[in-house]
Design a protein around this ligand. Structure first.
Ligand SMILES: NC(=O)c1ccc[n+]([C@@H]2O[C@H](COP(=O)([O-])OP(=O)(O)OC[C@H]3O[C@@H](n4cnc5c(N)ncnc54)[C@H](O)[C@@H]3O)[C@@H](O)[C@H]2O)c1
Length: 361
């Protein structure tokens, strides 16, 4: 089998469709990947990032679109997994023409893929793309969109944390629990608000001092530590990674003093096997793509005409799904991350199969 961009044929064929989109004049070079549409059209954001080459971009979009299939399945959405990457530096390469050219490619897929914001793209960019495509969500509130998805992302993480507390401590309340939040950006700072409102104690860290200052100005009782290593070594009940991926590597797991890991960051486990190391140390891991699915729930709701109350109610169900995952993990003797994958695969298979029944016109 011929390899494309250094990826094995096996990796490529796991995806239903991969589309390369180029428009030289505007500088657009994008890849849209649809992992599967078993549950409905692919849904996932557009990442605008200066990848070193096409192979890095392709590897990323294949991984991310697969991850979206699992996330959307567990979130109970009627969406499959899709994702897109635009290769370039958003600070210098983003333009109206480029975004609109990209929108025309999204449109050309006829609704098999819905896009939204991701790293390097914002609701305002979705407004521009939406001028060329009907298959765009996560637009600004002014344009009838769901706006900043970190609102329900943080709320969902909070619900997952309550479920984890129930499983680990026998009580959902975070009152008196000490929670370490790594990264107090859009998601992290909102999560801090939820924890404090329930009477929890919060310790934070962030590489950006201004982010820490913003939180401490509002809430002087919040403690700050120097960096993520110090946070992980702190005396915590819950560790909430809300910065970048890969927060949990071998060293972190060995040093972690928290009983629960539950945060908003994507791809928290640095490599396969970390989920088992956590379980072996008696640390309860709430799977990242489950607890951080509030954002995609928020933008998916926009497709039917956005209703924040409905989206919030649906996000609150992350509490029940998290409990269910822990129960499956206990019953089947596997880490929660494995149980989450199994539940997502079961839904894709059981509900996806129904599309074979012809309902008539
Ligand atoms: N925004 C959403 O709706 C959403 C949805 C799902 C998942 N996520 C994930 O949640 C995470 C946070 O997203 P966000 O939207 O809040 O991003 P953000 O950029 O607003 O915030 C991230 C924060 O982490 C800080 N940070 C970066 N590296 C750090 C480090 N090593 N130690 C401590 N702090 C560090 C940054 O300074 C920043 O303040 C990301 O992994 C993102 O993929 C976000």
């Amino acid at each position: 089998m011929t390899d494309v961009f250094g990826l094995s044929h096996k990796d490529q064929t796991r995806h239903e469709q991969v589309v390369f989109c180029a428009d030289d004049k505007s500088g657009l070079y994008a890849i849209i990947a649809i992992h599967n549409t078993a549950l409905g059209p692919g849904l996932g954001g557009t990442r605008f990032y200066p990848y070193p080459d096409e192979s890095a971009a392709l590897a990323d979009v294949l991984n991310l679109s697969r991850a979206m299939a699992y996330k959307n399945a567990l979130a109970g959405l009627d969406h499959g997994g899709g994702k897109a990457v635009i290769i370039g530096d958003p600070a210098t390469d983003k333009s109206e023409a480029l975004l609109r050219a990209y929108g025309r490619f999204v449109q050309s897929l006829g609704g098999r893929y819905y896009t939204a914001a991701d790293v390097g793209t914002y609701s305002e960019d979705m407004d521009v793309i939406a001028r060329e495509s009907s298959y765009v969500t996560g637009r600004t509130v002014a344009n009838g969109g769901a706006g900043d998805s970190s609102i329900l992302t943080a709320y969902g993480v909070y619900q997952g944390m309550r479920a984890a507390a129930h499983h680990a401590f026998g009580a959902t309340s975070l009152r008196g629990r000490r929670v370490g939040v790594e990264g107090v950006g859009k998601v992290g700072h909102r999560l801090v608000e939820h924890i404090l409102a329930e009477g929890g104690e919060v310790v934070v860290c962030d590489v950006d001092e201004r982010a820490v200052d913003r939180v401490r100005q509002r809430h002087p009782e919040v403690e700050a530590v120097a960096d993520s290593a110090a946070l992980k070594r702190s005396d915590l009940d819950v560790y909430a990674p809300c910065a970048l991926g890969g927060a949990l590597d071998d060293t972190a797991v060995a040093e972690l003093r928290a009983k629960i890991v539950c945060g908003g960051a994507n791809n928290q486990l640095a490599h396969p096997g970390v989920e088992k190391q956590l379980a072996d140390r008696g640390i309860l891991y709430a799977p990242d793509y489950l607890v951080n699915s509030g954002g995609v729930i928020q933008v998916a709701d926009e497709i039917a005409g956005f209703d924040m109350d409905r989206a919030r109610a649906r996000t609150a169900q992350i509490f029940d799904t998290t409990l269910k995952i822990f129960a499956i993990a206990d019953d089947e003797g596997v880490p929660p991350a494995v149980a989450a994958d199994r539940l997502a695969e079961r839904r894709m298979s059981e509900v996806g199969r129904l599309r074979a029944i012809w309902p008539g016109r």
